[in-house]
Design a protein around this ligand. Structure first.
Ligand code: NAP
Length: 252
């Protein structure tokens, strides 16, 4: 059933084709939003997400676009506007993680990670914010990670990008709140998606054993937090980063 906060709202979820992004698309479709499912390469996954959303909510479309490429994002936003109208809500979720120890970390790896995980947020937010300002309404949730709050020697660029997301969220939220655009972030712990496929089993086991809840999280557990931050239930929250990690971040 549609919820008032999401009825007649159009949401763009970057990296919506699979994993956490797909769960967000589905959660928001169930709440009654029209969903633009962004993907980069996996068209078939995006089509499957669209099918799932259409079964649960009013309307969904798949939109190709590389968040790190300004022209690609501009074309994607124009397509969403022509098919679904102005974008009311944005989930900056697209991201990559490469498991790389410092000995193998190259400038190319650093740039790739920062370009997608951090510069991508800037590009997409800047492509969308003018239509939110014009309508004096916007809700944005950025995907950080507890890697942005903790040491990650096997993902230095990733940790830097996700710490950057938290700083970006604070500053942009203050800049845009006078236009009734609320910006917040989510910092998940380990979540069961393809992004962790390259992480060695012993590393995963260690993280789980160090997590008070003793398990990996599921994408829908992050999607529920995203839904909360986009909804009026969080109406007094701005520039915040909510952590969903089974308690891992509390411990050293
Ligand atoms: P995933 O299953 O690997 O999905 C990544 C998504 O990002 C895919 O939809 C992918 O599109 C998209 N993407 C990658 N590069 C892109 C680009 N240049 N332009 C547009 N889209 C792009 O990963 P996930 O675990 O769901 O991660 C989603 C977000 O949560 C990421 O920001 C990640 O850092 C964050 N996060 C994940 C975890 C975790 O443990 N899983 C923990 C904390 C934070 P294609 O399908 O087309 O490739």
């Amino acid at each position: 059933m549609s919820e008032p906060d999401f009825e007649n709202r159009t949401v763009l979820v970057t990296g919506g084709s699979r994993g956490i992004g797909r769960a967000c698309c589905l959660r928001l479709a169930k709440a009654g939003a029209c969903v633009a499912v962004n993907y980069h390469r996996q068209e078939a996954d995006a089509a499957e997400t669209v099918r799932m959303c259409e079964a649960a909510g009013p309307k969904a479309i798949a939109v190709q676009g590389d968040v790190a490429d300004e022209a690609s994002v501009a074309a994607m936003v124009a397509r969403i506007n022509s098919k679904l109208g102005p974008i009311d809500m944005l989930v900056n979720n697209a991201g990559i993680f490469e498991y790389v120890m410092h000995e193998e970390a190259t400038l190319e790896h650093w740039r790739r990670t920062i370009n997608i995980n951090l510069t991508g947020l800037f590009i997409v937010t800047w492509a969308v914010k003018s239509q939110m300002i014009a309508r004096n309404f916007g809700r944005i949730v950025n995907m950080s990670s507890i890697s942005g709050l903790r040491s990650r020697p096997y993902g230095i660029a990733y940790a830097a990008s996700k710490a950057g997301v938290i700083g970006f969220t604070k500053s942009v939220s203050e800049a845009l709140i006078s236009h009734n655009i609320r910006v917040n972030a989510v910092a998940p712990g380990l979540i069961e998606t393809e992004i962790i496929d390259d992480v060695d089993a012993p590393v995963l086991e260690r993280i789980v054993s160090e997590t008070p809840m003793k398990r990996i999280g599921q994408p829908d557990e992050v999607a529920d937090v995203v839904h909360f931050l986009l909804s009026e239930a969080s109406r007094f929250m701005v520039g915040q980063t909510l952590v969903a990690c089974g308690g891992r971040v509390m411990l050293p």
